[in-house]
Design a protein around this ligand. Structure first.
Ligand SMILES: Nc1ncnc2c1ncn2[C@@H]1O[C@H](COP(=O)(O)OS(=O)(=O)O)[C@@H](OP(=O)(O)O)[C@H]1O
Ligand SMILES: Nc1ncnc2c1ncn2[C@@H]1O[C@H](COP(=O)(O)OP(=O)(O)O)[C@@H](O)[C@H]1O
Length: 277
């Protein structure tokens, strides 16, 4: 059980102030009661930040009548749907986190160092008190995308889904690091268009096939060369390098250690203002 007072050393805010009961985060009936109380406030009021950004004020929720008005839409196969707005917006979440949500899209061959960079970057940003989440191709294929193979249309669907999830993370105010081979320019560009200008930062792991193949940490290149894996990126499947990415790592004259690479990305984010609200 995690007590409210001990949870990351922070008190937990309730609609009426601070919950100081040490049982309030447990799933016992009392805490469920607290949660129900929050939900049953009829949603007539919500928080808005005061001018100095520190003390939440209450503002009315417009049109909270249970009826969704306005035109209905059709999106793909979803007919008669209507976007529901919430008064707590991205800008409010960003202020809470003191950062700006964005997507760092890391692309490159297998073995080029995508996952290593993603972790090093996550660590660097964590040390600065910034919240990140990594969507790694290998990992996402263990769950959400387990139904997808490596043929071109499945890779495209893999990238599309991860792009949509990354967009949600960015909307949550989080710095989302997506590390996938993402071999097709068109698929990466489609993810870029999901986000506001500047919020999609494409990072190319510019590491040659020779270097990646020499590293071969999982033995996959060896299997591909032996014909035991078909359609392996760089061997008998294409990789299209970016034409206009924000950051290219691994080239001569730039830092080549994972930490130096992560520092390059952090410097970019700092320069572009993503590390403050
Ligand atoms: N045919 C083929 N081609 C490329 N990679 C393969 C293949 N089969 C399995 N793997 C393993 O899958 C990891 C890449 O998954 P991704 O989701 O990033 O690929 S993609 O973006 O859909 O192309 C990749 O991980 P990384 O080495 O981290 O890139 C491999 O471990
Ligand atoms: N900047 C780097 N310099 C040298 N070796 C690296 C670097 N980044 C990663 N590696 C090594 O290369 C291998 C592949 O790295 P990984 O991050 O798994 O690549 P990917 O996710 O692109 O497949 C690992 O053995 C890792 O330790």
């Amino acid at each position: 059980m995690i007590g409210a007072k001990s949870f990351l050393g922070l008190p937990i805010a309730s609609p009426k102030g601070i919950i100081s009961d040490s049982n309030s985060l447990s799933t016992n009936s009392r805490s469920v009661g607290v949660l129900r109380a929050c939900v049953s406030m009829e949603g007539s009021q919500t928080m808005s930040h005061s001018k100095n950004g520190s003390i939440p004020e209450l503002k009315s929720v417009n049109g909270h009548t249970g009826q969704k008005q306005g035109p209905l839409s059709t999106v793909g196969n979803s007919t008669n749907i209507k976007w529901h707005e919430c008064p707590v917006e991205k800008v409010d979440r960003q202020r809470l986190l003191d950062q700006k949500g964005c997507v760092i899209w890391v692309t490159g061959l297998s073995g080029s160092g995508k996952s290593t960079l993603a972790c090093a970057l996550n660590q660097k940003l964590y040390q600065k008190g910034k919240l990140c989440y990594i969507l790694d191709g290998d990992n996402v294929r263990h769950g959400l995308n387990r139904d997808l193979s490596f043929k071109a249309e499945d890779r495209a669907e893999n990238i599309r889904r991860v792009g949509e999830v990354a967009k949600l993370f960015a909307d949550a105010g989080i710095i989302c690091i997506a590390s996938l081979i993402s071999p097709y320019r068109r698929d990466r560009d489609a993810c870029r268009t999901l986000l506001p200008e500047g919020d999609f930062v494409e990072v190319f792991m510019n590491v040659s096939l020779e270097v990646c193949e020499a590293r071969d940490p999982k033995g996959l290149y060896k299997l591909a060369r032996a014909g035991k894996i078909k359609g392996f990126t760089g061997i008998d499947d294409p990789y299209e390098p970016p034409l206009n990415c924000e950051i290219s790592l691994g080239e001569e004259g730039t830092g080549t250690s994972p930490i130096e690479m992560a520092e390059t990305v952090v410097a970019y984010l700092e320069h572009k203002g993503y590390l403050k609200a």
